[in-house]
Design a protein around this ligand. Structure first.
Ligand SMILES: Cc1ncc(COP(=O)(O)O)c(C=O)c1O
Length: 375
C-alpha cells in the first residue's frame, strides 16, 4: 500500500539540500559561535550567512532576524516581549480567535497578568475585516497580532490593510507567518509589519528552529535572559547546525514557482471530490484568498476523523478533536460559524513540493471507496 503524505501544514520533510548544508555542522564544526578562536570561525560565519538567508526571504536587514527554537517560541517572544516592553504605555492586545494555540495561549497567559485581549470576529471564510481592527483599537492598545495564513483552512488575511491601520495609530503589528512562508510572498515591508514569526519545520527545515523578525527600533523584552546572544533578545548559545538548516530552507523558499504545480494538484483534488460527492462535500476557507497547498473540505454529515481512520495510508488532519470521548469542532471552524454537522466532517489535506498527481488520484480513489462502503 503506497503511503500518501498530505499533511505538509503539520510538518514538512527536511529538504535534501538542507540535510547537505547541515552535515558539516554535525560532523566537524563544533565551535561555539561566540568564541574568539579558530574553532568558532566556521560556526560564526555560518550563523551570520544563515541570518542573511532568512533576511533575504523576508526582505529585511540581517540584524532584524532573531533565531528561536520554532514558531511557538517566536510567537511567545513577539507577544510577551512586546507586552512587557510596552507595559508603561498600555495593556491591550488585539488578535483573532483563529490563531494557532501558540498565540492564543500566550494571550491567555498575559490576560492572567492583567492584559485585556480583544478577539476580532472572522467571516464564514475565516477572514478578518480590517474595519474591525480600527474599531477595536483603544488608547491602551500596544499590539495587534493577526496570522498571515491559517493553518487549518489556509485563509489568507488582509494583513497589509490591518497592519496599516495598527501602525497609523502607532501600534505594533505582529503576524504569525509559520504557514505562509515558502507558499506565498512574505516580504515584511510589503506587508508593513513590525514583527513576524516563522517555523523551520513548515518550510523543509527540521523541527526545533524558527525565527522572529523584529523591525529595527522595536524593542522587546527577552523571554530567556542570559548572555547577550541574538543582540540581547534571546539568550543561549546559538545552534549553527539549526540556523544553517533554516537559512538554507529560506533560500529555497524564495522560489515560489513550485507552488503553481502544487496549486494545480490541489484544485484537481477538489474537482475530483466535487465530481464524486457533489453537494456532500463543501470547501472550508476562502475560495481564492487561500494558501495554494491547502484544501480543507467537509464531508457533510460525516465525522472527518472516522473517515481518515479508514482511508489506508493517507496522512492528513481533521478539523475536530476528541476531548474526553466527545468529538468537538476546532475553534477555527467554530469561529467561522461552520455548522457542527458540516464541521465535524472536516478534513485538511495539505500538499507540498513532493506531492504527485498519482498520489492525488490514489487518495481520491481511496476516499471514494471508504465513503461508498460507509453508504
Ligand atoms: C500557524 C502556526 N503558528 C505556529 C506554529 C507553531 O510552530 P512550532 O511547531 O515550530 O512551534 C504552527 C505549527 O503548527 C502553526 O501552524
Amino acid at each position: 500500500m503506497q503511503r500518501i503524505y498530505l499533511d505538509y501544514n503539520a510538518s514538512t520533510p527536511v529538504d535534501p539540500a538542507v540535510v547537505a548544508a547541515m552535515r558539516p555542522f554535525l560532523a566537524d564544526h563544533h565551535g561555539n559561535p561566540s568564541s574568539g578562536h579558530w574553532a568558532a570561525t566556521a560556526a560564526k560565519a555560518a550563523l551570520e550567512t544563515a541570518r542573511g538567508q532568512v533576511a533575504a526571504l523576508l526582505g529585511c536587514h540581517d540584524d532584524e532576524v532573531v533565531f528561536t527554537s520554532g514558531g511557538s517560541e517566536a510567537n511567545n517572544l513577539a507577544l510577551k516581549g512586546a507586552f512587557f516592553a510596552l507595559r508603561d504605555r498600555g495593556d491591550h492586545i488585539i488578535t483573532t480567535p483563529i490563531e494557532h494555540p501558540a498565540i492564543i495561549e500566550p494571550c491567555r497567559f498575559l490576560e492572567g497578568l492583567g492584559a485585556r485581549v480583544t478577539y476580532l470576529p472572522v467571516d464564514g471564510t475565516g477572514r478578518v475585516n480590517p474595519d474591525d481592527v480600527h474599531k477595536a483599537i483603544t488608547p491602551r492598545t500596544v499590539l495587534v497580532s493577526i496570522m498571515h495564513a491559517n493553518n487549518e483552512v489556509g485563509t489568507i488575511q488582509p494583513i497589509e490593510d490591518c497592519a496599516r491601520i495598527a501602525r497609523e495609530h502607532g501600534h505594533l503589528f505582529h503576524t504569525d507567518a509559520a504557514q505562509s512562508i515558502g507558499k506565498i510572498a512574505t516580504g515584511v515591508n510589503e506587508l508593513g509589519i513590525d514583527l513576524l514569526s516563522i517555523a523551520g519545520h513548515k518550510v523543509y527545515a527540521p523541527k526545533g528552529v524558527g525565527a522572529l523578525f523584529v523591525r529595527r527600533g522595536v524593542s522587546i523584552e527577552p523571554l530567556i535572559h542570559g548572555a547577550g546572544h541574538e543582540s540581547g533578545r534571546r539568550a543561549g548559545t546559538e545552534s549553527a547546525l539549526l540556523a544553517v538548516a533554516l537559512g538554507k530552507a529560506c533560500e529555497l523558499a524564495r522560489d515560489l514557482s513550485s507552488m503553481h504545480r502544487v496549486c494545480a494538484l490541489r484544485d484537481r483534488f477538489w474537482r475530483g471530490l466535487q465530481q464524486q460527492f457533489g453537494d456532500g462535500v463543501v470547501l472550508n476557507g476562502h475560495a481564492t484568498h487561500r494558501l495554494p497547498n491547502t484544501l480543507n473540505v467537509s464531508f457533510v454529515g460525516r465525522i472527518g476523523a472516522e473517515i481518515l481512520a479508514r482511508v489506508d495510508g493517507v496522512a492528513a488532519s481533521t478539523g475536530s478533536a476528541c476531548h474526553s470521548g466527545r468529538i468537538e469542532l476546532s475553534p477555527v471552524l467554530q469561529a467561522m460559524g461552520i455548522a457542527p454537522h458540516v464541521g465535524m466532517g472536516a478534513i485538511r489535506f495539505s500538499l507540498g513540493r513532493a506531492t504527485t498527481g498519482d498520489e492525488i488520484d490514489a487518495a481520491l480513489e481511496r476516499l471514494t471507496d471508504v465513503l461508498a462502503l460507509a453508504g
